[in-house]
Design a protein around this ligand. Structure first.
Ligand code: GTP
Ligand code: SPV
Ligand code: MN
Length: 595
């Protein structure tokens, strides 16, 4: 239960730090969260009372609530996100940088007295499986009930974090205030050297749920580099083949490019009948390390829930996600539908239900099907507990993690990039990941649909200099006895009529099968300029509306395409000029010589 007194398990370092932030932010009340089910009910009740949440029709949506964020605050704001270090070189050419002392000074001003008249919640949480060697404790202080309710789903929240921390002082210090939710005064600041995050002026997703992108990627990637492990923007899935062998695959796709959907893939009937089974370990973040005994890469999912894109989620595209959101889910910025009995339903574009005659859109305005705008924001999200997932992998809770057999990179590309190909080796695979291009989406504010380079889908999430990050990736190979195979996929190639050629979603099983078979020495591939590619007959097309010619077109790349791609990578190479790991230069040269 929410308590005005700290639990016994909170150590002196936590108490002292909380005390200092309380003195600075001057909340009227301080409440400690213990992570219990009763507490969650209490938080939601308070949220309904103060307008943060609207309870949904409990018959259709048991335990589910609705939240509408400020309409200026609906996606991560990368231009307001900073890595704060003594020198700019530590943040590198791809991050926004502020001198750490300047940032502290600026934010101290904003945070001073900012919680007057409000309640500060103290949220202890664990990222990672309890008992795992990579599990990390964080404590978030926030004046947002929405954040409390979401952290309860997304992290292992509560006193277990203090039990894990014991007397240690190494926890991530996360300070968050909604402030006045003004983009002019919005800062998401990371101090990797102090294991500290200060976030002001946003209540949305990756800006405010500080365990997620801020801690489990930006701070964690910085720690990982020093401690020889990896923190990546990846899903993690298990694949059981008809022979009964189980493989795990980690995949990095940029924001809103299909991680959640791929992680929850349901094999088409024919594959299910044959004995293929896909299970989810995680859908957004993976922490990986090399197991000393075997020399192989192992991984855990540090999160406890899914913060997933809602529009487009339906029983056909992602039945498992539909199962995940059936209960105990928070819906943010979808459309709200008032029902006759005074309760509320939710609605979104490309879901299961026809458009309601009337709804309230994500901005709080009345909406009808003829209205020009969308009812649900394209980046509207669900927050659902992992344990709702009908295909949750048993290893989700295993502190030893799972062995990674394949790493898959992907992006959203209407042209050029083939459906699937395999890297020649690790170094080549790292080059492929480092040069991912993807058309930008609604997950971050800014221009949409333009190709930008998004190395390892981590461009907005690397907490230090990208040069050192790429070197770290190359170096990891030397620590492994046997390394995962690396692949590139693209579900988003379009034909001349602007339509997706590949059906995607569950049908991605056909590509997944080729990948798994390649990892286990079963599938054929031909050598091409880009890497190892399946021939048309190596991908099963039986039962889908894709002809062998269309598959061939999906896999075709002309030398002109490759040249144009190399030229458009120049933007990244120039940014890194002088700092490029030599492997990057050599790999590019090798690619050019293959033309
Ligand atoms: P983040 O949570 O932002 O990291 O996104 P994500 O990578 O988990 O993406 P997600 O699975 O939520 O998918 C984002 C969008 O891509 C949704 O609108 C999906 O409908 C669409 N999408 C996902 N998989 C496929 C696919 O195989 N084919 C096509 N055409 N669209 C897809
Ligand atoms: C992403 O943008 O990659 C997300 C959503 O997963 S957020 O938590 O807002 O970062
Ligand atoms: Mn993500």
């Amino acid at each position: 239960m929410l308590s005005t007194t700290p639990p016994e398990a909170a150590n002196v370092h936590v108490l002292r730090w909380v005390d200092s932030v309380v003195k600075h932010c001057t909340p009227d009340t301080v409440l400690w969260c213990d992570g219990s089910a009763e507490e969650k009910a209490e938080v939601l009740k308070r949220g309904v009372a103060d307008g943060t949440f609207i309870q949904l029709n409990q018959k259709k949506w048991p335990g589910c609530y609705y939240h509408r964020s400020n309409s200026n605050d609906v996606a991560r704001t990368e231009h307001l996100t900073f890595i704060c270090t003594p020198s700019k070189d530590l943040a590198g050419p791809t991050n926004n940088w502020m001198n750490d002392q300047d940032a502290y000074a600026k934010l101290r001003g904003l945070f001073a007295g900012c919680m007057k008249g409000r309640t500060m919640y103290v949220i202890p949480f664990l990222m990672g499986v309890p008992g795992s060697k990579l599990a990390k404790v964080g404590v978030q202080l926030t004046d947002s009930l929405y954040v409390v309710a979401n952290m309860a789903v997304m992290t292992r929240m509560g006193n277990l974090a203090f039990d894990e921390l014991k007397q240690d002082r190494s926890f991530t210090r996360c300070v968050h205030s909604l402030g006045d939710v003004n983009p002019e005064r919005r800062y998401i600041c990371h101090f990797p050297q102090d294991n500290t995050i200060w976030s002001f002026g946003s209540g949305y997703g990756g800006n405010a749920l500080l365990g997620k992108k801020c801690m489990a990627l930006r701070i964690a990637s910085y720690l990982a580099r020093q401690q020889d492990w990896m923190a990546e923007h990846m899903l993690l899935m298990g694949v059981r083949s008809p022979e009964g062998e189980k493989s795990y695959l980690a995949a990095a796709f940029p924001s809103a490019c299909g991680k959640t959907n791929f992680a929850m893939l349901i094999p088409p009937k024919k594959y299910k009948d044959a004995g293929w089974e896909v299970t989810t370990v995680g859908d957004d973040i993976v922490w990986m390390w090399v197991d000393e005994a075997s020399g192989k890469l192992r991984a855990i999912n540090p999160e406890a829930g899914y913060f997933g894109v809602v529009p487009g989620t339906n029983s056909k595209s992602n039945p498992n996600a539909m199962a995940c959101i059936r209960k105990d889910t928070i819906f943010t910025n979808v459309a709200l539908v008032p029902l006759e009995d005074g309760t509320y339903d939710v609605w979104w574009e490309d879901g299961d239900w026809p458009a309601p005659a009337k709804a309230i859109d994500w901005q709080g305005h009345e909406w009808t099907p003829n209205a020009p705008g969308k009812a649900a924001h394209p980046n509207s999200r669900f927050t659902a507990p992992s344990t709702n997932n009908p295909v949750l992998d048993p290893a989700y809770n295993d502190p030893e993690g799972v062995r990674v057999s394949a790493i898959v990179f992907g992006g959203r590309r209407s042209r050029t990039i083939p459906l699937v190909y395999q890297a020649f080796n690790w170094i080549h695979g790292v080059y492929i990941g480092a040069t991912i291009g993807s058309e930008t989406t609604a997950a971050a504010t800014g221009q949409q649909g333009v190709v930008r380079r998004d190395p390892m889908a981590m461009l907005p999430f690397i907490g230090y200099n990208i040069r050192d990050y790429l070197v770290h990736w190359f170096q990891m190979r030397k620590k492994m006895v046997d390394c995962p195979r690396i692949f590139m996929v693209n579900w988003f190639r379009k034909n001349d009529q602007g339509k997706f050629v590949w059906p995607g979603f569950g049908e991605n099983m056909r590509v997944l099968k080729w990948i798994i078979d390649r990892c286990n020495g079963r599938a054929y591939a031909r050598e091409t300029v880009l890497g190892w590619m399946p021939r048309a007959q190596d991908i099963d097309l039986d039962g889908i509306n894709v002809s062998p010619e269309e598959l061939q077109s999906l896999e075709s790349v002309t030398p002109e395409d490759v040249k144009a791609e190399i030229m458009s990578q120049e933007e990244l190479f120039l940014k890194l000029a002088g700092d490029l790991p030599k492997e990057m230069i050599f790999q590019r040269e090798l690619l050019i010589t293959r033309l």
